[in-house]
Structures are given as structure tokens and as C-alpha cells.
Design a protein around this ligand. Structure first.
Ligand code: NAP
Length: 308
């Protein structure tokens, strides 16, 4: 796969990122059986073989077990760590974390960011995180405090670069205004069932600031494969996707990747299937050159409303 710079950093990511959130296919620890561990390892191996060089994690995925099983995968594949980019995230805390009455919340306090970072390094079994993201905007974010903890984590060699996730343009700008180095990405939800970042200025602002947009759930978390039921807009969208897939000789998944890849801001889709065949298949989207007409056909079906 082709690689591109992440933001203005020296890190070069493949056009598709492999998302590790569903590594076990469950968030229930009791269901994280040895079989599911092996399946997670097979999915990681398929992604490496298919050419993905960038793996997306978070401290919370599988309550830490997704990072842990990835650490085991790295330990079993000497030399791999130096050939890949590891992204992970912090800042989401579940209800009950920190005390029985603690609510579900976001926490960008320096203490929590540092503690979470230590936990991720330990579970992944690595010395450095390549890209460390703030997972969801904390309304109580103090950008000066975040800047100083980022500086400490960078100076100690624990984190190479930083980014954000699910940030609005103004939240990104506020944080960036206090940081000593440029944010490299904003990980946002954008796909045909979620067009708003393409229309509300989020992607425009990232493009302007040379911050890479990475897109989570590029196949809408599987919703673009479910039965459309009696949703005429979804049925029409699936029809158009399949027409384009047929015309280009690829799958619906590959067309969905191609649709995101076609955007000039250099969006990087984060694909999260656990199935080796699908992980390989998505890569075909990179070779598809969607014409403006094909791109707009999908966009119009996704909007469900004609352009003015
Ligand atoms: N920053 C954030 O807030 C945030 C939020 C969510 C996710 N993420 C990141 O984004 C990554 C991707 O998210 P995601 O897993 O929701 O993305 P996704 O790739 O849109 O969806 C994956 C889901 O769709 C199913 N699927 C994929 N291809 C399919 C196909 N060809 N036919 C039928 N079903 C198919 C998968 O099932 P199978 O496994 O059976 O193929 C899986 O359940 C995550 O791993 C995580 O790294 C970030």
C-alpha cells in the first residue's frame, strides 16, 4: 500500500489503518476465550500481510485486552514493532472508575493522561507510542495542562506525536494554540451514513491546518451491510455502492474505502473487520480511481436529498 505523511510529522502511514477495537468481537471479558485470542492474532497477521502498517488502539478497547493481545502479537513477531505505527488513545473513563459513584466521563487531567499512557505502554509491551490521541473531547480540557503533559511524554520518549479524536474545529484550534508541536491527526467518524464532517467545516479545517483526518467506522460499523429493511434511502445507497463496485470489479467494502480515499484532504480509513478475507479485500479500494461522477453518485445517494 502507498504511504502518506501523518500531518506534518515524519511518520508515514499506509492509506488504510487497521482498527483493533473489535479484536475480540466482544467487550465481555468472560467471552475473551483462547479461541478469540487466536482469531485476534489471525486478524492482525492478515492486516500485516495485506500491507497495513498502522494499527489503531485505545486504552479502553476490550478493557485493555485489545492492547494486551496486540502486545503478545508483537512479542511473537520480532522486528515488526519497528515497521509499524501504533496509535492509541486516552481520556475516556467508565462509570465506577475511580470510585463507586464516579460517572462515565472524559478526563484530560495530566495525572490521568500520564497514568493511561503508562498502562498502554505496559500492555502493548513497547517503549514508545507513535501517535497518542485524546479520545473524545473533555469539556473541562485545560489546553495548557495538556500541553505540559504532552511535552513531558515526548521528552521522556514515551510518545512520538499527538493527535485528537472526535474534536470539533474549535476544540482542535484551541488545543493546537497551546501545543509546542503540531497535532498529526483528528480521528473522526465520516462515511456515507455520516457526512457532516465533510459539510460542516471539520474536514476543511483539518485540510487547511495539514492535520490528517482519519475516519473511524468506514463501513459504518457494518450498518452498510445489514438488511436495509424498509429504509428506502439506505436501499438506494446500497444499490449505488454495488453498481459502482460492479463497474470497478471490486467489493462494496473496497468502494467504500475508495470513496473516502478520493477526498483531496487525504482521509485515512480505519477498517475494523475481524475477518482475514475482508481485511485483505478492503485494500483493493486503494487501486480504484473513482471519477467525480461516481463519487457524487454515492454522495447523492448518501444525502438522499438533491443538491441545490
Ligand atoms: N475514535 C473513536 O471514537 C472510534 C470509535 C469507533 C471506532 N474507532 C476505531 O475505528 C476502527 C474501526 O471501527 P469499526 O470496527 O466500527 O469500523 P468498520 O470497519 O466500519 O466496521 C467493522 C464492523 O463491520 C463489519 N463488517 C466489515 N466489513 C464487512 C463486510 N464486508 N460485510 C459484513 N460486515 C462487515 C465487521 O464485522 P466482521 O468483523 O465480521 O467483518 C465489524 O463488525 C476501530 O477498530 C477503532 O480502532 C474509533
Amino acid at each position: 500500500m502507498q504511504t502518506v505523511a501523518l500531518g506534518e510529522s515524519e511518520l508515514r502511514s499506509t492509506r488504510l489503518i487497521y482498527g483493533c477495537m473489535r479484536a475480540f468481537g466482544t467487550w465481555n471479558r468472560d467471552e475473551m476465550t483462547p479461541d478469540r485470542r487466536r482469531e485476534a492474532m489471525s486478524a492482525f497477521a492478515a492486516a500485516v500481510e495485506a500491507g497495513y502498517n498502522h494499527f489503531d488502539h485505545a486504552d479502553i478497547y476490550g478493557h485493555g485486552e485489545c492492547e494486551r493481545v496486540f502486545g503478545e502479537f508483537l512479542a511473537g513477531n520480532p522486528g515488526l514493532r519497528d515497521r509499524i505505527i501504533i496509535t492509541t488513545k486516552c481520556g475516556i473513563r467508565w462509570a465506577g472508575d475511580g470510585g463507586p459513584t464516579a460517572p462515565h466521563r472524559y478526563d484530560f487531567s495530566p495525572e490521568w493522561i500520564e497514568r493511561s499512557c503508562e498502562g498502554s505502554l505496559r500492555r502493548l509491551g513497547v517503549e514508545t507510542i507513535d501517535v497518542y490521541l485524546l479520545h473524545r473531547p473533555d469539556v473541562l480540557m485545560n489546553p495548557d495542562e495538556v500541553a505540559s503533559v504532552f511535552d513531558r511524554l515526548h521528552a521522556s520518549g514515551k510518545v512520538r506525536s499527538f493527535g485528537v479524536s472526535n474534536f470539533t474545529s474549535s476544540q482542535t484550534a484551541l488545543l493546537q494554540s497551546r501545543l509546542s508541536r503540531p497535532l498529526v491527526c483528528n480521528q473522526i467518524e465520516v462515511h456515507p451514513l455520516r457526512l457532516s464532517p465533510l459539510e460542516d467545516g471539520t474536514v476543511d479545517d483539518l485540510y487547511r491546518l495539514r492535520i490528517t483526518p482519519t475516519s473511524w467506522s468506514p463501513v459504518a460499523g457494518g450498518r452498510l451491510f445489514g438488511a436495509p429493511g424498509d429504509d428506502p434511502k439506505l436501499s438506494q445507497l446500497v444499490r449505488v455502492l454495488d453498481d459502482e463496485a460492479h463497474a470497478h470489479g471490486v467489493s462494496r467494502t473496497a468502494i467504500l474505502m475508495a470513496w473516502l480515499l478520493r477526498h483531496p484532504s487525504v482521509i485515512l480509513p480505519i477498517y475494523g473487520s475481524r475477518q482475514p478475507d475482508r481485511i485483505r479485500d478492503a485494500v483493493a479500494g486503494e487501486a480504484v480511481q473513482l471519477s467525480r461522477e461516481s463519487w457524487y453518485r454515492i454522495y447523492l445517494a448518501a444525502r438522499g436529498v438533491a443538491l441545490p
